[in-house]
Design a protein around this ligand. Structure first.
Ligand code: ADP
Length: 404
């Protein structure tokens, strides 16, 4: 069967999924896997479509020292043991910079342009690009597609896209890009099918995971986002502070004597829920903790989501529905209930039973603003983009003939 491989590479893990393509051109997930603990305790784990274990093996640290080698090891396992020879590989790439408004077929020129965006996402972009470069070097004929977290937001109006900085800096690429675009795009595409009554309306989507942001959708199009130039802005996250007065950064440099690299590490890894609580970056651990600072970190998270909901409702000039997604949004009934309380003034109420079951629609019929829980699927979005681009660029032969 023809397959598409989806790769999402981070600093210490590579996640991958294989989608099969049926005769009608539909994609179904065959397996999920990841190599994590790269550079510390490498471990390859994978499971099939029904959750059955396909691999669970540990490697010595020197066998998988970095993302590049991890890609090679995971790729060899897929090829040699599972006989997976994909038609194409789709990659999650966090930053498309000013150049890319949609997925792109990768070649050396594209890689060079994406490398220029590395300073915009220093902890993500180089790791996202590493497996692309490895595959380009070892399998140059295998089509690869880069799918960007920024692309879905690139049609924002100028007032949502600019900072109040000299115009030249906008031209250089200092813009409010927005992130989690593959997640929002998946939800925007799913709504007409699963909740057609709200799909064309004004919807706030809250992607609440380790990284967290919110997006204002109007008719399925992103019109505003809580994130900006980098994935540091907006909501507080597991380890990132979210919105911060730039004066704080100046203070860290001038009064605390921190070097740029230290500030970067601090803002990406030491702040957010972790910094505030001093307990953990993980919401489940914070909820389980009796430490008052852990309780405060959750209060802060909920409060800021409420504030940003007001901002996004203003951008939309009203609100027709609210959607929760990602790890916290999909699974934590208590956090959803607390956020819904903050949104009462907008006309939000919850159906406690449906909320406790993580149901699709978790508001009662009388709620002015219906509330939904929609599990996101960024990997499927990447697989769909990859297939679509493959067909677009190779329309005259079967994809298999062209790939070989
Ligand atoms: P990412 O993909 O950004 O790593 P996820 O979307 O997987 O993040 O979300 C991870 C977050 O979701 C963690 O903070 C985790 O504690 C939280 N989470 C997952 N399940 C639950 C749950 N049942 N209750 C509360 N938080 C949860």
């Amino acid at each position: 069967m023809d397959t598409i491989l989806v790769v999402n590479a981070g600093s210490s893990s590579i996640k991958f999924q294989v989608f099969g393509l049926n005769g009608e051109g539909r994609l179904s997930r065959h397996l999920k896997g990841q190599m994590d603990g790269i550079g510390s305790r490498p471990r390859l784990r994978a499971s099939g479509a029904n959750g059955e274990t396909l691999a669970d093996r540990a490697y010595p640290i020197e066998a998988v020292p970095d993302v590049t080698v991890a890609m090679t090891v995971a790729g060899a396992w897929l090829r040699e043991e599972l006989r997976v020879t994909p038609l194409a590989v789709g990659h999650r790439v966090v930053h498309g910079g000013p150049d890319y408004h949609g997925p792109v077929l990768v070649d050396h020129g594209v890689v060079a342009r994406l490398e220029r965006s590395e300073p915009l996402a220093p902890l993500h972009q180089p790791h996202n690009l590493a497996p692309i470069k490895t595959i380009l070097a070892n399998f140059p004929a295998l089509p690869q597609v880069a799918c960007f977290d920024t692309a879905f937001h690139r049609n924002h109006d100028d007032v949502a896209d600019y900072y109040a900085l000299p115009y030249q800096l906008h031209e250089e690429g200092i813009r409010r890009y927005g992130f989690h675009g593959l997640s929002y795009e998946y939800i925007a595409k799913a709504l007409p099918r699963i909740a057609p009554e709200i799909a064309s309306g004004r919807v706030i989507v809250a992607h609440l995971g380790s990284g967290a942001s919110m997006c204002a959708l109007h008719g399925g199009r992103s019109v505003e986002s809580t994130m900006g130039f980098t994935a540091l802005d907006g909501l507080p996250m597991g380890t990132r502070p979210g919105q911060l007065d730039p004066g704080v950064v100046l203070y860290l440099i001038s009064a605390k004597g921190m070097a740029p690299g230290e500030v970067q590490d601090f803002l990406y890894r030491q702040c957010g829920l972790k910094g505030l609580s001093g307990v953990s970056n993980d919401m489940r651990e914070l909820q389980a903790s009796t430490d008052p600072r852990a309780t405060f970190a959750i209060d802060y998270f909920v409060y800021r989501i409420g504030l940003y909901a007001g901002m996004l409702a203003a951008a939309l000039q009203g609100l027709d529905a609210f959607v929760f997604t990602a790890g916290i949004g999909e699974n934590s009934a208590s956090i959803r209930a607390r956020i819904a309380e903050k949104l009462q003034w907008l006309g939000v109420s919850l159906d406690d039973l449906e909320n406790s079951k993580n149901g699709l629609k978790i508001s009662p019929a009388e709620s002015h603003i219906p509330v939904y829980v929609v599990p996101t699927d960024e990997e499927r979005m990447i697989a769909e983009h990859t297939l679509a681009l493959l067909w677009k660029t190779r329309p005259f032969h079967s994809t298999r003939e062209r790939a070989s």
